[in-house]
Design a protein around this ligand. Structure first.
Ligand code: ZN
Length: 493
């Protein structure tokens, strides 16, 4: 029974793939973010070809994905067999869902398919995958992925000859397939420059050392409380030990938290995920367990505590909380990046330029972003007002523009004040030193000195001078000068 109808962009995607087949491309990579419904789109194509008597195999590389795919195929009304260890085969059915490992081992027992679908096909250069596609060279192949590149930036041009791009993350957010998000990047003093890389990824043991410092972990808990209080969050850690340490810190702060890893018995893991879904557990700490394809319902926030150089891993982790929630239509996901991943990859909705060109593609530079100094939200560089807290960014350009505009007025006002000041010289104190002397004699506070001396400030240098005399920071002088200049410009003096 068909309970699924396609969205326009999904129809478009399927048509685009077919158009490539008609152009005699046999191996096509389809790019679409999570939330685009890749399984629905490819399942739809499989159903069409099954109706025309063609055999298809949809293969996935993680066990958990088999049951998820199977459910989607049931909803599409696609009768299918499963090829996985411990499951009896039904090879008479024209549609099969297979685990890569089992499929690669049973190649000789399985009738040749006409159509191969490779899920998460950024793995396709691995040997097991190659075995499969080399065995059935005549089959049409569609690989789907959100990030059509391999670790270390190698592209997939060795296997695929054509690429079809689905909707962007922003389009999916607009359509409601994904929720909007707020991306926070607290300032940290993590220095990764000494961590070596291997196969395009950081060396884990060295990473663990950097990331286990007490202050980083404390920061993780503090920022959760500040930015994602009471939200259900998944925290991605470097390794099992790191994950346990972070989990313990959350517990010490009375936040119900659990650590899960590959060793956690399946049943226990299921209970923990269920408790998480019900909100009994607020934070789930793990090391890469809940990345690819592993569905954790009700996730509202992610905490990135594992620096990565893999765009694929980054996108999988950062996009995890972007799934819409029927019970929470206004959901806005929270992403807290403690490890500066966004500086390497941009934000989850950054548009990347993909290529199948076998020569290394041009280095991609993510769109520039900046962090709000008040609330730590990461925003596009051109943002003037922080959408989260209303902070007004003053850019250098603004500053110059304003100065240009008001230069004339300002210098006029400065002259006027200067003249007035000259007149007052003889009979009134004016310099911060003057006021400081009075303050000392009369036992006034330093604030009184600053307050009075500021009345005579007509430049940033004046304010700096006052700060110096009063023992204040440069930042104070800058801040006061902004106020002062605004007053001067508005003629309120
Ligand atoms: Zn802000």
């Amino acid at each position: 029974m068909d309970k699924i109808s396609l969205r326009p962009y999904q129809k478009q995607f399927i048509n685009d793939v077919r158009a490539e087949f008609r152009k005699n491309h046999k191996r096509i990579v389809g790019v679409a973010p999570c939330g685009a419904g890749k399984t629905i789109m490819t399942g739809w194509m499989i159903r069409e070809s099954a109706r025309r008597g063609k055999r298809s195999i949809f293969f996935v590389h993680r066990h958990e994905l088999i049951s998820q795919t199977s459910e989607t195929f049931d909803r599409l009304g696609v009768e299918h067999g499963i090829i996985a260890a411990g499951t009896p085969m039904q090879l008479d059915l024209p549609v099969q869902i297979a685990s890569v490992q089992t499929l690669a081992r049973r190649l000789d027992k399985i009738p040749a398919p006409d159509f191969l679908i490779c899920d998460e096909c950024h793995h396709i250069l691995a040997n097991t995958y190659k075995k499969i596609i080399n065995k059935w060279k005549d089959a049409f192949l569609v690989g789907v992925t959100a990030t059509p590149q391999r670790m270390g930036g190698i592209n997939l041009g060795d296997v695929f000859t054509s690429m079809v791009e689905g909707p962007s993350v922003d389009e999916l957010i607009k359509l409601g397939n994904l929720t909007d998000f707020n991306y926070f990047a607290p300032e940290t003093d993590i220095d990764l420059s000494h961590v070596h890389t291997k196969f395009g990824e950081y060396v884990n043991s060295e990473l663990a050392q950097v990331m286990s410092s007490r202050c980083i972990i404390g920061d993780i808990v503090a920022h959760y409380k500040k930015l994602a209080k009471n939200k259900s969050a998944i925290c991605y850690c470097v390794n099992v030990n790191h994950s346990k340490m972070v989990s313990e810190s959350f517990l010490r702060a009375n936040i119900p938290t659990a650590h899960v890893d590959g060793e956690t018995p399946k049943k226990e893991r299921e209970y923990l995920v269920e408790d998480f879904r019900q909100g009994k557990i607020k934070v789930l700490c793990n090391a890469e367990l809940f990345s690819e394809g592993f569905d954790v319902p009700r996730c509202q926030a992610v905490i990135l505590a594992r620096p990565t150089r893999s765009l694929t891993l980054y996108i999988q982790q950062a996009m995890r909380p972007l799934r819409p929630d029927k019970d929470d239509p206004d959901k806005v996901a929270v992403i807290i990046d403690h490890v500066q991943n966004y500086l390497r990859f941009g934000l989850p909705n950054t548009v990347h330029e993909w290529s199948l060109d076998p020569n290394p593609p041009k280095r991609h530079h993510p769109a520039p972003v900046k962090t709000c100094p008040d609330c730590e939200l990461v925003v596009p560089f051109a943002t003037k007002t922080c959408p989260e807290c209303g902070y007004k960014f003053v850019t250098e350009e603004d500053e110059e523009e304003r100065l240009r505009e008001h230069e004339g007025i300002l210098s006029y006002i400065q002259r006027e004040i200067y003249a007035a000041r000259q007149q007052r010289i003889t009979h009134a104190p004016r310099s911060p030193e003057d006021f400081m002397e009075i303050a000392k004699a009369k036992n006034y506070q330093v604030g009184w000195v600053a307050y009075n001396a500021l009345e005579y400030a007509t430049s940033y240098e004046d304010c700096l001078h006052i700060a110096q005399v009063c023992g204040y920071q440069k930042g104070w002088a800058w801040h006061k000068w902004q106020e002062r200049r605004a007053k001067l410009l508005s003629g309120r003096i």
